[in-house]
Ligand binder design. Structure first.
Ligand SMILES: [Zn+2]
Ligand SMILES: [Zn+2]
Ligand SMILES: [Zn+2]
Length: 456
């Protein structure tokens, strides 16, 4: 906990005041209930139970501290709310795992025998950037050794870098020469990435049909491609996709009626990923053919002795990426305007990306891009899935909410009609003192969770 001595006197006063109140225990309980959320939503309202015997007030925030109920903010991003992001990653894992292993959340166990592949589709190069590398033995290697005679670029800068960068080295992800780097193409890739992914799924179906010796129609009558994908920002500020791709039959979760195994699916993914193109217009230069990078990784999951990854590991990989976003580049969550553009405290690289995005957004073909500058032009969903991959995040949340409600009021009868009235009272804690108390309680909860995990 932060020593009180370092806190401003006003905050200390607020903490003392809160701790001295008779309803402090109930306030602490609310903190616990909302998972020590960093900026909970404050609700005011009541719940009325209506049954044959009449109406009675079952709950009212009038009896709560500050007359409000604290509810999780539910933000997915770790930098906004560590607690809610942790819960989100857990829900994501449940969803992913159900679709990979089956036997839970309404997905049958037989799903394990369907071909399933964990795929990573990266972005192509827009110019060399500082990077970490491994040598043949897996040890750290130099960033960009000069091959042959060292040569300067058109801007008089070295085209090589002999440094061995540490994981947190600021130059990582930054171009070796910013003037050589193709910033407009980089932003165009982020902007069009959702469409490129869509094209990829179409190409993949075609490739699979060919592999099975079927027409597209015949194939769609026998096989469905289900997937869940997560977009991740690489250090250089470009999105790439991690996906679990599975073959199903035409009905819900039934086996595919084609003879393609996981290795065949992996091969089709690589082929489709390498061939898919999206030609886009660029202002003041020829059209650009967008494509995925050559680093296209596929790993088969489970599916018998050939599986390279377990369903548990595949689900964990993807869930981990789901809580990261562009805010790691110092851009925050809000839209960027010309006024805030110059105030950003970001790296030279991000600064150039932001300005390029703003300029591109001026052209008709990139209409709307300016609203996504804080996402470096990426407007897609960070996590999305095809309809029948497994359950939904909404269903997982409802299940948990019902469980919590049952814990809170286990004796309620199902025949009772529950009527609730809620109104929004604000976001965040009421005072800086409350925020400090919540933060230190969250820290203690994390330590307890870690200790429990270490003991297990
Ligand atoms: Zn939260
Ligand atoms: Zn370097
Ligand atoms: Zn250059």
């Amino acid at each position: 906990m932060t020593p009180l001595i370092e806190l401003p006197p006003r905050v200390v006063e607020e903490i003392v005041h809160r701790a001295g109140r008779p309803d402090f225990d109930r306030w602490s309980e609310q903190l616990h209930r909302c998972g020590y959320c960093s900026r909970p939503v404050r609700l005011r309202g009541r719940v009325i139970h209506q049954s044959a015997s009449g109406r009675r007030s079952a709950y009212s925030t009038d009896d709560e501290p500050d007359r409000v109920l604290l509810i999780r903010c539910g933000n997915r991003r770790a930098a906004v709310c560590p607690s809610c992001s942790y819960e989100y990653a857990g829900d994501m894992w449940q969803l992913l795992y159900a679709g990979a292993a089956g036997g839970r959340k309404g997905v049958p166990e037989s799903i394990r025998s369907h071909p399933l592949v964990f795929a990573t589709l990266t972005a192509p190069s827009f110019g060399p950037v500082h990077t970490t590398r491994a040598d043949r033995t897996g040890g750290p290697a130099r960033c960009r050794p000069a091959h042959g005679t060292p040569r300067l670029c058109a801007h008089g800068r070295p085209t090589w870098c002999t440094a061995i960068h540490a994981e947190d080295d600021p130059p990582l992800g930054q171009p070796i020469c910013p003037d050589c780097y193709d910033y407009p193409a980089h932003i165009a890739f982020n902007w069009h990435a959702p469409e490129l992914w869509r094209r990829f799924t179409i190409t993949l179906r075609r490739t699979l049909a060919q592999q099975a010796g079927l027409t597209a129609t015949q194939f769609s009558q026998r096989c469905r491609v289900s997937f869940v994908k997560v977009a991740e920002f690489q250090r250089r500020g470009v999105v790439h996709f991690h996906a679990l791709i599975r073959l199903d039959g035409p009905g819900d979760f039934d086996p595919p009626q084609v003879s393609i195994d996981a290795a065949g699916l992996a091969q089709a993914i690589r082929q489709a990923g390498q061939h898919v193109r999206l030609t886009v217009e660029m202002p003041d230069r020829p059209d650009l053919a967008l494509r995925f990078g050559t680093q296209l990784d596929t790993q088969t999951v489970n599916g018998g002795p050939t599986g390279q990854l377990t369903p548990e590991h595949a689900a964990r990989y993807i869930a981990k990426y789901a809580t990261k976003s562009a805010e790691d580049f110092g851009l925050g969550e809000r839209r960027i305007t010309p006024e805030t553009l110059s105030l950003l405290d970001v790296s030279e690289h991000v600064n150039r990306l932001v300005h390029t995005a703003w300029q591109l957004g001026e052209h008709d073909t990139y209409d709307g891009l300016r609203r996504w500058v804080h996402m470096l032009g990426f407007r897609g969903h960070f996590a999305s899935k095809s309809r029948r991959y497994s359950t939904t995040l909404g269903a997982i949340r409802r299940e948990r909410r019902t469980y919590r409600q049952h814990q809170a009021a286990p004796d309620e009868q199902d025949t009772t009609l529950v009527v609730s009235h809620w109104e929004f009272a604000g976001v965040g804690y009421l005072t800086a003192g409350d925020t400090t108390l919540a933060r230190s309680a969250a820290g203690r909860a994390r330590e307890r969770r870690q200790a429990a995990r270490d003991a297990a």
